[in-house]
Ligand binder design. Structure first.
Ligand code: SF4
Length: 301
């Protein structure tokens, strides 16, 4: 079944002039058929640079929206429209506007893991890789509101010493990673380093050797000299790590860190979506342009 499905996806990829993107947290078999794997902004930028007419985004809703923000002329498909991100949905544009009203002159730094509407209401976007740099560069004489992830915001605040108001959002998958899990794995693999994602809670980050974005973890693994690396993020990343650098053994901090939304995308849904050219991502043009401005301000830094 899978072999035939992969063959049909391959045929449609050609006939539709489609590019298939898979986030690092996707199922292994979905990552394996993708043209590009990576983090959400990296994927959207790569797709924008191709002459593909259709983008099939194997990820969650805000990621497909980001692809549409950067490539309005392309058709963007999300193979399961229920693949949302609970963290992105923890703040709406209305809530953001109310919060902004509390702090006159506020500048909003918005993690890319957010809806297009929330990006549109923000001054500048950031990724988990550049959050510290973005926060360092915004004006110091005005209050800063960081949305939606309080833990990435806390991480950037701790690294820069710059005070911010933090929206109390969080990633339900990364908060499943606990300090006790890190300590257990360190005892089991005493010579190993621990890398975690900055969406983890501050006590977990303090216990780890490094806090890195998914692309940062992949780069770190390439030059890692140890035999075993303990990884604290969504466990889909282990597939790519094992594929790219099989000499190292990768162990998750915990088996619990699995994002059910990321796992909604299957090969069968990818095929169905390409056959039906559904579900499509559409963003009102005024929102898209404002969201794009927030993304571009980040890229200019
Ligand atoms: S891993 Fe967390 S941030 Fe990423 S899609 Fe899942 S819930 Fe959202």
């Amino acid at each position: 079944m899978s072999h035939k499905t992969i063959e049909q996806i391959g045929k449609l990829r050609k006939s539709l002039k489609a590019v298939i993107l898979a986030h690092n947290y996707q199922r292994s078999e979905v990552q394996d058929i993708a043209d590009f794997t990576g983090d959400s902004l990296e994927l959207s930028r790569k797709a924008a640079g191709t002459d593909a007419e259709v983008i099939v985004f194997c990820g969650v809703h805000f990621m497909a929206e980001t692809a549409k923000i950067l490539s309005p002329e392309k058709t963007v498909l999300l193979p399961d429209k229920k693949a949302g991100c609970p963290m992105a949905d923890m703040i709406t544009l209305e809530q953001l506007e109310k919060e902004k009203a509390k702090y006159p002159g506020v500048q909003v730094v918005c993690y890319v893991n957010s809806t297009a509407a929330v990006k549109a209401g923000s001054d500048i976007c950031c990724t988990s890789a550049n959050a510290v740099r973005v926060v360092e560069r915004v004006k110091k004489n005005r209050p800063i509101l960081f949305v939606p992830d309080q833990y990435l915001g806390h991480y950037a605040m701790a690294r820069t010493g710059i005070e911010m108001h933090l929206w109390p959002g969080y990633c339900p998958t990364h908060v499943k990673i606990e300090v006790a899990d890190v300590r257990r794995q360190k005892t089991r693999y005493p010579d190993s380093k621990v890398v975690v994602h900055p969406e983890c809670r501050p006590d977990v980050i303090d216990e780890a050797d490094e806090a890195l974005s998914t692309s940062g973890i992949i780069r770190y693994a390439r030059s890692y000299q140890g035999r075993t690396l303990i990884v604290g993020t969504e466990n889909g990343i282990l597939h790519r790590l094992r594929k790219e650098n099989p000499a190292v053994e990768y162990v998750p901090v915990t088996q619990r860190s699995i994002c059910p939304n990321m796992k909604r995308i299957t090969l069968e849904k990818v095929l169905w979506s390409m056959e039906k050219m559904q579900p499509r991502i559409e963003i009102p043009e005024t929102i898209r342009q404002r969201a794009l401005a927030a993304v571009e301000r980040m890229l200019e830094l």
